[in-house]
Design a protein around this ligand. Structure first.
Ligand SMILES: C[S@@+](CC[C@H](N)C(=O)[O-])C[C@H]1O[C@@H](n2cnc3c(N)ncnc32)[C@H](O)[C@@H]1O
Length: 199
């Protein structure tokens, strides 16, 4: 079953093939030549894992909170990068609910291999989570992964699927196809989406 025990076990047994041992090169590039909208602000990182992406943005002036429900990942990220970001052990699907202390607190949500780690039937809840975390006109910055394998994790997502999911409540600001980081197959899309002011 794809649940917290599955992911915790992957960390305990050090079976973490997705971990790049550093931030995604696509985010590193984005930070070097930031588009106009990318000013330091509050950022939530979903499924933050080892914390490398959270640390990158923290080191560049953002106030970052990384969320993950695997305690080993959170502890390691906090130990290694606690100077640059805060890490919280939480289920991302609780974060955007109206009574959550994190609701509408963030200028940015960052996505990297969390969307592909959840079951495809959880994607509507993922949309609710991102919508619930962002301030009006806040941005989702994400790397979305399309590959040929029928199953997962990682679960593939096409551009059409992403566009359709986020068509309610978001404007697509940019889509860039990139060579996948490391030895991943398929393509990665670096996407920026802006939450509409009025929903
Ligand atoms: C493939 S790993 C990616 C980790 C990190 N983003 C990276 O790129 O190295 C997926 C992460 O999402 C976390 N995750 C999956 N479902 C989650 C949920 N519902 N709530 C919180 N974290 C979740 C897992 O614990 C795992 O750390």
């Amino acid at each position: 079953m794809l649940d917290v025990h599955f992911w915790e076990n992957r960390y305990i047994t050090q079976n973490t093939g997705w971990d790049l041992a550093g931030p995604s090169p696509h985010f590193v590039e984005l930070i070097k030549t930031p588009p106009g909208f990318l000013k330091p602000g509050s950022m939530a990182v979903l499924g933050a894992g080892g914390g490398h992406d959270a640390a990158l943005f923290g080191q560049n002036g953002f106030q970052v909170t990384g969320f993950d429900y695997a305690s080993s990942a959170v502890q390691e990220a906090q130990q290694r990068y606690g100077q640059w970001a805060d890490f919280q052990q939480m289920d991302i699907f609780t974060l955007g609910q109206p009574d959550s202390p994190f609701a509408h607190r963030f200028d940015y949500v960052l996505e990297h291999t969390c969307f592909c780690a959840i079951l495809p039937n959880q994607r509507p809840d993922y949309l609710k989570t991102v919508t619930g975390l962002l301030k009006p006109e806040g941005h989702l910055i994400g790397i979305f992964w399309e590959h040929e394998e029928p199953d997962g994790p990682p679960f593939s997502s096409t551009l059409h699927e992403i566009n359709t999911l986020f068509s309610h409540g978001f404007d697509i600001i940019s889509v860039e196809e990139r060579q996948p980081a490391s030895n991943r197959r398929g393509i990665e899309r670096l996407m920026v989406l802006r939450r509409k002011k009025e929903l």
